[in-house]
Design a protein around this ligand. Structure first.
Ligand code: NAI
Ligand code: MG
Length: 323
């Protein structure tokens, strides 16, 4: 029995998390859920988009499943703040195409600093954001990437940066990358500039195995990867620290389709599968993944983002049948 905090949030976050719970109901593991609030609706009711009670629950339970939240201008992003409060320093996003078996790579990014340090200020002539890169956080994320390569039998880790322009901050990240890489002689280490990587993801995505990068670059490249494999609704993520972990789809609350029951539940369901992997429940994690990919290959019960006509529930039920 695992204790799991669930945070549906706003918009399609609620729809895809509800689907995911029905999937988890069908497997041979018991979960005790603690439902908590965050996001825009929560702000309207409670005056905060991230109540203390929500953070406390995430700290107490074995893991958190997070749907998605709608941003508000009054407060900083609930999910970005939660990642920082829980010290979830690693953000891991598996990019696996259901249509092309050669596209199967992972984007691992530093999750607590970089341009998402939320250090912004107004100046006389405009505004400034601070891009903070520390040695410790860089070493941690780079070692995480190499270790994950070893445990998952991957061959190569590519550092992505912009050290030709951001000579000091990304110069530091790149230097640490090559220094740490010496501990892992069995893994190939190389690096690219982020702008070139944006192109290579389209022209030669099969070349990537594990990408390790800073916060903003990883965020942008992972949405691009969503386009590459067909839908943002296919990409799950793990946010992992030394004490806590949280799993969420890469997408947001999608106000353009919310309430219509047409959101693709895959990203959230695969996030639950990733959660099981990190809880060392590898068999059930793999079963869910297979059921999802078989359902997509069958091409019968797909949501509109994958050119189908199924509702969220119909696609979820098709996955449950495979399980
Ligand atoms: P979004 O990811 O919500 O949507 C981008 C596009 O992808 C939309 O056209 C949407 O319909 C589509 N899409 C996303 N997920 C889908 C799914 N599961 N199935 C089918 N189509 C899907 O990003 P957007 O529109 O830029 O942001 C909407 C709100 O979400 C904003 O308030 C934003 O700040 C917030 N957001 C929250 C995130 C989080 O909670 N982790 C992450 C990204 C955005
Ligand atoms: Mg994003």
């Amino acid at each position: 029995m695992y204790k799991i905090t669930t945070i549906p949030g706003d918009g399609i976050g609620k729809e895809v998390l509800s689907s995911t719970k029905t999937i988890l109901d069908t497997i041979n593991i018991q979960f005790d859920y603690d439902d908590q609030k965050a996001g825009k609706e929560c702000y309207k009711k409670q005056g905060t988009n991230l109540p203390l009670e929500t953070i406390k629950s995430c700290e107490k339970t074995d893991a958190t499943l997070f749907g998605a939240v709608t941003s508000i201008k009054e407060q900083s992003s609930a999910i970005v703040s939660l990642r920082k409060k829980l010290n979830l320093h690693m953000n891991l996003r598996p990019i696996k195409s259901p249509y092309n078996k050669d596209i199967d790579f992972i984007i691992i990014r530093e999750n607590t600093e970089g341009l998402y340090s939320q250090l912004e200020k107004i100046t006389d002539d405009g505004a400034i954001a601070t891009r903070k890169i520390t040695k410790k956080a860089s070493e941690n994320i780079i070692n995480d990437a190499f270790k994950y390569a070893i445990t998952t039998n991957r061959k190569k880790v590519t550092a992505v940066h912009k050290a030709n322009v951001l000579k000091i901050t990304d110069g530091l990240f790149k230097d640490i990358f090559y220094k740490e890489s010496l501990q892992y002689p069995e893994i190939i280490a190389n690096d690219f500039y982020v702008d070139a990587t944006a192109m290579y993801l389209i022209t030669q995505p099969q070349e990537f195995d594990i990408i390790v990068t800073t916060n903003l670059f990883g965020d942008i490249l992972s949405d691009e990867a969503g386009g590459l494999i067909g839908s943002l609704g296919l990409i799950p993520s793990a946010n992992v620290g030394y004490e806590n972990m949280l799993f969420e789809p890469v997408h947001g609350s999608a106000p353009d389709i919310s309430g219509k029951q047409i959101a693709n539940p895959t990203a959230m369901i695969l996030s639950a599968s990733l959660m099981l992997e990190f809880l060392d429940e590898n068999k059930e994690a793999e079963n869910i993944k297979q059921a999802v990919y078989e359902t997509i290959s069958e091409n019968k019960h797909l949501t509109p983002d994958l050119k189908g006509t199924a509702t969220t529930n119909e696609m979820t039920n098709a996955i449950i049948k495979k399980l």
